[in-house]
Design a protein. Structure first.
Length: 347
């Protein structure tokens, strides 16, 4: 009898423990289920918003494909390249549609490796610009012929196809940083810089790691008074990474539609929305995503008192080869007929 009572008691304890475990599991997973349900609704809303914004930002550049491609690429299965063009256009400056490019970053994406390489191209790089037929600062290519002329110049310089471009006005950057509550970056030195309204010395920053608002982050991205374009390019890529990281933080996930609004009104791209969504596989690869940043080496060059960044030919050749291998494309030697004269041809 005692044994039966003892067995019954153990059974009841097991049931109680089982119910407790189920209750604990429910308590743990219920919030996750709620988040998934709410998040699912948010993602649907975000997807619809993204489609609307990107569709409004789409701009046909008149090319079916890069001239350095035999066939049109498919981002769902091919390695691709995207040229990021940062401009500083405003009605006050009177340069809308014909501004110089302040930032040029070529991104190459390898689908099999799930890897991305970012090459920062200094704005004063002395290169051949096909649009005008002579060598000049690469920043002028956009003023001469917009994204199309810039794409042709980058293709000639790096001998790799530029499949897509994204052109973003710096005003979008200010709005995005404000929306996400600022970004934390390291300021290398004390600086005074103008703000987005061109008010001289409106922004004063001291050295050290700190959280910057939109205007302050823009000032840091712009400045090159105490160093050069190479260092500025490195800073800009760090600022971009910090902005992406902060945008995807838990506290900012629900603000992504506002981020899209800020970017969408200040962006143009030749990449359709359905092709852009195929890039999600890179984002969802998590820690497996290979990420490398590069800059173009060179030296100061001042013929007739005009400053240029003269690219180092040996380092440039190495960068070209790295990009070709990453994109898995063949050499296109015919596209570089004017590069050999870049060190001596001054116009």
């Amino acid at each position: 009898m005692d044994k039966q009572n003892s067995a019954r008691t153990r059974m009841e304890k097991r049931k109680t423990k089982s119910k407790s475990k189920k209750k604990i599991l429910y308590i743990i997973f219920a919030p996750l289920l709620i988040l998934l349900l709410v998040g699912g609704g948010f993602l649907l809303k975000f997807y619809a918003k993204a489609e609307e914004v990107i569709s409004q930002s789409y701009e046909d550049d008149g090319r079916d494909k890069s001239n350095l491609r035999e066939t049109q690429v498919d981002p769902k299965k091919d390695n691709i390249s995207i040229l990021i063009i940062g401009v500083d256009e405003s009605e006050k400056r009177g340069n809308i549609g014909h501004s110089r490019s302040d930032t040029l970053i070529l991104a190459t994406l390898n689908r099999e490796d799930k890897s991305v390489k970012l090459v920062s191209i200094p704005r004063d790089s002395y290169v051949f610009i096909p649009e005008v037929g002579y060598n000049d600062k690469i920043t002028h290519a956009h003023a001469f012929g917009g994204p199309k002329a810039t794409i042709e110049t980058v293709e000639t310089l790096l001998d790799v196809p530029v499949d897509y471009y994204v052109k973003v006005n710096f005003h979008a950057f200010v709005e995005v940083v404000e929306t996400i509550g600022g970004i934390t970056v390291d300021v290398p030195y004390e600086l005074w810089e103008q703000d987005s309204n061109d008010v001289k010395n409106a922004i004063h920053l001291l050295p050290g790691e700190q959280t910057l608002n939109g205007e302050e982050a823009l000032a840091l991205a712009r400045t090159r008074k105490l160093d050069n374009d190479i260092e500025r390019g490195k800073r800009q890529m760090e600022i971009i990474k910090a902005t992406i990281k902060q945008s995807l933080s838990v506290s900012n996930i629900l603000k992504l539609d506002n981020v899209l609004e800020a970017v969408g009104s200040n962006m143009t791209t030749n990449m359709p929305f359905d092709e852009m969504t195929s890039l999600m596989s890179y984002a969802t690869s998590g820690g497996n995503l290979g990420f490398e940043t590069m800059s173009l080496e060179g030296y100061d060059y001042m013929p007739e008192s005009v400053y240029y960044w003269q690219l180092d030919e040996a380092a440039l050749a190495k960068t070209k080869q790295t990009l070709k291998e990453h994109l898995e494309v063949e050499s296109n030697l015919t596209s570089n007929t004017n590069l050999d004269n870049s060190a001596t041809d001054v116009n």
